[in-house]
Design a protein around this ligand. Structure first.
Ligand SMILES: NC(=O)c1ccc[n+]([C@@H]2O[C@H](COP(=O)([O-])OP(=O)(O)OC[C@H]3O[C@@H](n4cnc5c(N)ncnc54)[C@H](O)[C@@H]3O)[C@@H](O)[C@H]2O)c1
Length: 361
């Protein structure tokens, strides 16, 4: 039996809860030994049987037994917490998006290298079983040479105020979910070099809530005659809709992550829970089962734990998070200025990606 990897979670919100459940229920060689959050760490720990709780994550970092720090907190805090965790000698799992600027990304990557710790970029779509099968189909040659990958993640809008505040999130739906679509399509296409980015975005439904865009498209042109098309929405009701379609010269495949895996239910009374961010459960609904597993969170955490144990090489790193962030900068600038952004690309210096959209409009 392997040594158990000891995990300390930073953040007890939506994703902290999912990561905790993933470790607890699916990753036998990991143990969540501590959690930190300024608001409800003790209650979170008590209700889940986690032995230690801290209101300040810096105190948690002093615990020498912790091997890996798993960070699920608002985007503008990612950089500081990663830096502190790396300097404390902890391996790091960081939720998407990596951080707000490329300078922050460079500092995080360099510091982790210097401290000899892993910086693992949490992009669960790379572990979602259906999406993994799409990738292995391509590797088997089922669709020939892939030339186009489309990915979409859409829902009616996020669950907490900080997402809507662009100073804390860095941007709207492109920043929140465009990063999923970019990394998944990059991965299935073999992570070629970017040639250009074009994009369109606007705030259609939530102008009273945010300065951020609530619907976005981008086309990413890669070397080797490959294209990714991504579409993301905070303006689409009916629960999370997550799908991809990949075209090759000898075939194509399409995967609907949630609706294609769920039960189609009609209920006059309504019931407990259908799918993430669906709101209502009356009438026709898509009833998910094993939702966390279908998203790939447990498989993702198992991979990261295996990386900490030296049994696997990390397939999604801080460098990938940096490239995704750079593509998002290009998308905001392309949409703001109404033009194609050619690569190699060095984004103008701003505080956060969405500034390039605002500045160009
Ligand atoms: N991979 C995914 O599908 C996915 C889904 C949701 C969120 N996320 C990402 O996870 C991160 C967190 O999102 P969320 O939905 O859990 O947000 P949330 O608002 O539900 O929870 C945020 C948590 O951060 C904690 N926090 C705030 N300031 C803190 C600080 N200084 N130190 C420690 N903890 C602090 C809060 O107490 C709260 O527990 C974001 O970066 C988001 O983009 C990823």
């Amino acid at each position: 039996m392997d040594k158990k990897v000891k995990v300390g979670i930073v953040g007890t919100g939506f994703v902290g809860d999912i990561h905790h459940a993933s470790f607890r229920d699916w990753v036998p060689n990991a143990e969540v030994v501590a959690v930190s959050s300024p608001n409800n760490a003790s209650e979170f720990a008590k209700s889940r049987g986690i032995p230690n709780a801290y209101s300040d994550y810096r105190k948690m970092l002093e615990d020498k037994s912790i091997d890996v720090v798993d960070i699920g907190i608002p985007n503008y805090l990612h950089h500081q917490v990663v830096m502190d965790a790396a300097k404390a000698g902890k391996h790091i799992i960081i939720e998407k998006p990596l951080c707000l600027t490329l300078e922050e990304a460079d500092e995080m990557i360099d510091t982790c290298k210097k401290e000899g710790v892993l910086l693992m970029y949490a992009e669960e779509l790379l572990f979602a079983p259906k999406y993994v099968r799409a990738k292995t189909l391509i590797e088997e040659g089922a669709i020939g040479t892939p030339f186009l990958a489309k990915q979409s993640e859409e829902h009616p809008g996020p669950h907490n105020a900080w997402f809507w505040d662009v100073n804390r999130s860095g941007g709207g739906v492109m920043m929140d979910m465009g990063c999923h679509s970019i990394e998944y399509t990059r991965w299935v296409l073999g992570r070629p070099k970017v040639k250009s980015v074009t994009a369109f975005m606007d705030t259609f439904v939530h102008k009273n809530k945010t300065e951020g865009e609530d619907h976005s498209y981008a086309v990413i042109e890669y070397e080797g005659n490959k294209i990714a098309m991504i579409e993301n929405s905070w303006a689409k009701g009916g629960g999370v809709d997550d799908r991809c379609e990949i075209y090759g010269d000898k075939g194509h495949t399409r995967a609907d992550l949630l609706r294609g895996s769920s039960l189609l239910t009609y209920s006059e009374e309504g019931y407990g829970y259908a799918v993430e961010k669906s709101g209502v459960t009356q009438g026709y609904t898509f009833t998910m089962f094993e939702e966390i597993w279908n998203y790939g969170f447990p498989q993702e955490m198992q991979h990261f734990v295996n990386c900490v144990l030296g049994k696997e090489n990390c397939i999604v790193t801080g460098e990938d998070g940096r490239e995704v962030l750079k593509i998002m900068y290009a998308a905001y600038q392309a949409a703001g200025e109404g033009r194609k952004i050619e690569f190699p690309y060095d984004p103008p210096k701003v505080n956060k990606p969405i500034d390039l959209w605002k500045r160009g409009k």
